[in-house]
Ligand binder design. Structure first.
Ligand code: IPD
Ligand code: CA
Ligand code: CA
Length: 256
């Protein structure tokens, strides 16, 4: 299927999802915990995932879907379109700050990456694109960020990475210009795509990185699993997205 046919369905869905989430700011949220007290899900996470799935099923009946909150089709078995959905990424920020959160969809066809979408929900900026089209912020085409070395830029990190004394990330942090922690993998990927940070490393689920990986690789950034697992197998892993120079240096540091 042509990427344009998929894109013309997904973009309006994401702007509609944004509208629904912004409208929910004035309503009482139903907040529940999942694996631990800091792992939250709200009625809006569930509603937006259902909204995406219902619409994608209606338009692409044969497609399979991996969604954070519900449907868990298997990527390995997919022989047609496959969508990976994180309805609200940065739910803690959504609940506590009503800002700094994203919504993400990744699209694969016959297991090949086709399109990635990350919506900065409060800014209304949709980062979208893929190998056949390039990467855009709404209508503006993005250039590949400059290939910064570790010492010349900021790096985003998940807190557990920094706190783990065996991860080598404290040394990575020391050799960088500084560490940033935004609390949303989607927003972290956006900063790397914009060249505001030179990389981001965190333990992530497939729905946290699938869209960002497609966009980042299209902009000549590298995305790898530093826990040694195959990055092309969609599963939970420690993921590094970075400029090529920084990726090389980070690997030297953590393997020293
Ligand atoms: C979380 C955020 C957070 C990252 C976690 C994710 P969620 O996603 O992206 O920044 O550190 O690993 O689970 O649960 O808010 O969609
Ligand atoms: Ca989520
Ligand atoms: Ca997420």
């Amino acid at each position: 299927m042509k990427w344009e046919e998929i894109d013309e369905i997904i973009k309006p869905l994401m702007f509609d999802a944004r509208k629904k989430v912004l409208q929910s700011f004035s309503q009482q949220l139903d907040v529940q915990t999942k694996s631990n007290k800091n792992d939250l899900v709200t009625n809006m996470d569930k509603a937006i995932e259902k909204f995406y799935i219902d619409n994608l099923h209606a338009k692409f009946p044969k497609a399979k879907i991996l969604g954070e909150e519900s449907q868990k089709d298997k990527f390995e078995d997919s022989t047609d379109l496959f969508f990976v959905i994180d309805p609200i990424d940065g739910t803690m920020n959504f609940v506590k700050q009503k800002a700094h959160f994203a919504s993400m969809i990744a699209v694969f066809d016959h297991q090949k990456p086709v399109l990635g979408y990350i919506m900065d929900m409060t800014a209304g900026e949709l980062y979208w694109g893929g190998p056949s089209v390039g990467v855009y912020r709404n209508f503006e085409k993005l250039q590949a960020p400059s290939n910064l070395s570790l010492a010349d830029g900021l790096i985003g990190m998940g807190l557990p990475m920094l706190l783990n004394p065996n991860s080598g990330m404290a040394d990575v942090a020391r050799q960088s210009s500084g560490v940033r922690m935004y609390g949303s993998a989607g927003i972290e990927f956006i900063h790397v795509l914009n060249g505001e940070t030179l990389g981001y490393v965190s333990k992530l689920h497939a729905w946290d990185y699938a869209a960002g990986k497609i966009l980042a690789e299209t902009l000549d950034l590298t995305v790898e699993a530093i826990d040694g697992t195959d990055i092309n197998v969609l599963s939970s892993k420690v993921v590094l997205v970075a400029t090529k120079n920084a990726q090389k240096q980070i690997n030297e540091i953590i393997n020293a």
